[in-house]
Structure formats: C-alpha cells, structure tokens
Ligand binder design. Structure first.
Ligand code: 9UX
Length: 70
C-alpha cells in the first residue's frame, strides 16, 4: 500500500470534499481517499504508486487546485 499526499485549495465545505472524493475515486489504482476541507489535505492510497498527474487533473475536474506535498 502506498499513500500520496496533496494540498488542495478552494474547498470550503463537506460537499466540496464529496466532489473531490468522486473525481479522485475514478483515478485508476485509487482505493482509499482521505480529504478534509478544513486542512485542505488529500491523502490517496492504493496497492501501487498512483499517477500524481491524474490525481491533480481529477481535483481540477472537481473545481479545485491541488499540489503534491512531501
Ligand atoms: Mo459547499 Mo464547496 O456549499 O465548492 S460545495 S462550498
């Protein structure tokens, strides 16, 4: 299991989290998603390394901006 962390800007409520969750959940290999609008932190996990560019694009698709952390 690998985890990859991102910082998301623009989420202000729980529905924002749901939008991010929906889009990021469609990225191949993603099995777990932790996302908080309070901290802006997005942690994506899966059995193998996840395509960071695909996650960034998915967040953007949801209407927010993300960058890789760590
Ligand atoms: Mo909540 Mo987020 O009403 O863009 S969905 S602020």
């Amino acid at each position: 299991m690998t985890t990859t962390e991102f910082q998301v800007t623009g989420m202000t409520c729980g529905h924002c989290e749901m939008s991010v969750r929906e889009e990021v959940g469609e990225v191949p290999g993603v099995e777990g998603i932790e996302v908080s609008h309070e901290t802006g932190r997005l942690v994506v996990s899966g059995p193998e390394a996840i395509d960071e560019t695909a996650v960034l694009a998915a967040v953007e698709e949801a209407g927010y901006e993300a960058s890789r952390v760590g």
